[in-house]
Design a protein around this ligand. Structure first.
Ligand code: KG4
Ligand code: ZN
Length: 337
């Protein structure tokens, strides 16, 4: 009988302090997330210095809670996986240094994980990945289409040229005086309104899988200002519905076209914006008439968590990847390496 592999994952790249323990790369034994959203809300976005301080305060508590929930001890842990980048450098450093200290003190192997690889591997906690696959990653910092031909191999075929999808959501939410994070609020409002405003869709070059959301964001600002000058009052719900329709239409069409062109065996969606109900519905509709299975993780695995880092870390561990005590936070770590 082969021995079970238990990977302890640590994630602190943005505003969630998270620790998880995963068995054999797919079973969640413990998954603890301490969100800092309340602390950043009054500033309308994540304040890096505040994020780092919160991570320092929370990391030990979250670690203890993960062990308490798992009913495991350090003897059971095979290795430690930690997000090394990309993200906020001060925030990443808390996770990386915690992981290094634990690896040294407990004499465990250490594995560095790319945050986006983590988001992709959140899907592995639901079902095995099938290659070649296409991943649409949509988060606060990333909008990417990635082809994977095997575990741990990533080829970026499209990415945003300006704002990330989640960033556009958060900025438009701010214009509508909605609290941070704006994505869930706009998603909710969008379902209460009608897409009556014809916002632009940035298709870019016909065969490009790149994205652009800054023109859409400017168009939303201009529409709101122009209406104000004319003394008209636009419904926030209609602005949200129209904005969401534009984002979702572009994300869906480019994902669909890429899946057909690359003849993939599976399409997976990852990142905080994958929690969006409009996007989930639209992608489901687009792929239901194809023979390409679509996988979208449950909402709590779409937003930042450490279970996804431990899942990606298990693959890296099995592939023999190891980090040394010189592991450093890398805020712009590339995915393809
Ligand atoms: O992956 P994530 O938790 O953190 C990053 O790595 O960035 O993604 C956070 C982003 C935020 O921009 C948030 O507004 C967005 O995901 N988001 C949503 C929804 N839930 C979270 N955007 C649209 N609709 C949602 N339901
Ligand atoms: Zn993320």
């Amino acid at each position: 009988m082969t021995k079970d592999i238990y990977i302890l994952g640590i994630e602190t790249s943005c505003d969630e302090t998270a620790v998880a323990i995963i068995k054999n790369g797919q079973d969640i034994v413990a998954n603890v997330v301490a969100s800092q959203i309340e602390s950043h809300k009054r500033f309308g976005g994540v304040v890096p210095e505040i994020a780092s301080r919160h991570h320092v305060e929370q990391i030990t508590l979250v670690l203890e809670e993960a062990f308490a929930k798992s009913e495991l001890s350090w003897d059971d842990i095979t290795a430690i996986a930690v997000t090394e980048g990309p993200g906020l450098v001060g925030a990443l450093l808390v996770g990386v240094n915690t992981a290094k200290a634990l690896a040294f003190a407990k004499q465990k192997p250490l594995v560095g994980v790319h945050h986006i690889a983590g988001h992709i591997y959140a899907n592995q906690l639901q079902q095995p990945l099938m290659f070649p696959l296409l991943a649409l990653i949509v988060s606060g910092g990333h909008t990417e289409l990635v082809i994977m031909k095997a575990h741990g191999q990533f080829e970026v075929i499209g990415e945003t040229r300006d704002d990330a999808a989640g960033e556009a959501y958060d900025k438009v939410a701010r214009m509508l005086n909605l609290p941070y994070p704006g994505g869930p609020m706009i998603d909710k409002l969008a379902h209460e309104g009608q897409a009556t405003i014809d916002f632009p869709r940035a298709w870019l070059d016909p065969d490009s899988f790149d994205f652009s959301f800054s023109g859409l964001k400017s168009s939303v600002i201009n529409t709101i200002h122009n209406a104000k000058q004319r003394g008209e009052q636009l419904e926030n719900a209609d602005i949200a519905a129209s904005f969401q329709e534009s984002v979702v239409e572009v994300l869906t069409k480019k994902t669909y076209d890429a899946a057909i062109q690359y003849d993939v065996s599976q399409v997976i969606v990852a990142g905080g914006v994958a929690a969006n109900k409009g996007l989930r519905t639209s992608l489901t509709k687009a792929f239901e008439h194809t023979n390409i299975p679509l996988a979208i993780p449950p909402i709590h695995l779409c937003t930042d968590n450490a279970a996804m880092i431990a899942a990606a870390g298990t693959i890296a561990y099995e592939q023999g990847k190891r980090a040394g005590m010189d592991l450093n936070a890398n805020p712009s770590l590339p995915l393809e390496q």
